[in-house]
Design a protein around this ligand. Structure first.
Ligand SMILES: Cc1cc2nc3c(=O)[nH]c(=O)nc-3n(C[C@H](O)[C@H](O)[C@H](O)COP(=O)(O)O)c2cc1C
Length: 212
């Protein structure tokens, strides 16, 4: 049975990203996979790459040698047949937690050897999900398309072929009335959350079922 690891890199375990990640994992389960969903921010403390280069030595080759809250997740991904990675957009990028995982996951497979840039001999499909306040139509102007493409390129070289799924203009809170958030059209956000977001959950589930 295929094993699919799904990582929610939002600090919020029940909101937009978490729901999309869980639904995508369900899609993989629909296709017969064994799934495991990990909420990154519930793990024990972890850090990004420390540039120790242990993963480039014979002893630890191709494997991050740092032991912390991320080690078990990296091991699970190593044994997986597919990976779902979901993150909110924080200041134009995935979250800090995502970045720590991304650095450690990818750098362990990088070689700096011109003959072979990746030491990963087991490529697995990756579904990269991003949520944001910005609507999808604004992605190009904001540089978010280019940012996503960077991730697609890096993950594509070091982990495996990538598909992406974006959910924009998300509902950020159910307490808009308690904040002075004049930047947002709250009714339209609420409407989108009720009318469009459920369809996106179904779409991402279908996409994952096709991928894994
Ligand atoms: C620290 C922080 C920074 C954010 N920066 C951006 C941003 O630059 N662009 C954007 O479109 N949304 C931004 N957002 C909004 C989130 O990306 C959006 O609400 C997302 O759907 C939240 O995901 P979640 O509901 O899964 O936690 C930011 C939110 C936070 C908390």
């Amino acid at each position: 049975m295929k094993k699919i690891v799904a990582v929610n890199a939002s600090p919020r375990p029940k909101w937009n990203t978490a729901q999309l990640v869980r639904e995508a994992a369900q899609g993989a389960a629909d296709a017969g996979a064994d799934i495991e969903v990990i909420d990154l921010y519930k793990l024990e403390p972890f850090m990004g790459c420390r540039s120790c280069f242990a993963c480039m030595t014979e002893r630890h080759f191709d494997r991050c040698a740092v032991k912390d809250g991320l080690t078990e997740t990296l091991d699970k991904i190593r044994g997986a047949d597919g990976l779902i990675l979901g993150s909110p957009n924080y200041f134009g990028r995935p979250t800090a937690g995502f970045r720590a995982l991304y650095e450690r996951l990818c750098f362990q497979h990088l070689t700096y050897d011109v003959a072979r840039l990746s030491s990963n001999e087991r490529q697995i499909p990756v579904l990269f999900i991003m949520t944001s306040n910005a609507a999808e139509e604004a992605y190009s102007a904001l540089g978010y398309d280019a940012m996503i493409e960077e991730h697609v390129q890096t993950l594509g070289k070091l982990i495996g072929p990538v598909r992406t799924f974006v959910s924009g203009n998300t509902l950020q809170t159910n307490r808009y009335d308690t904040f002075n958030w004049t930047m947002f059209d709250i009714e339209s956000k609420q409407h989108r959350h009720e009318e469009v977001f459920p369809a996106e959950l179904a779409q991402v589930r279908k996409l994952a079922a096709e991928m894994f």
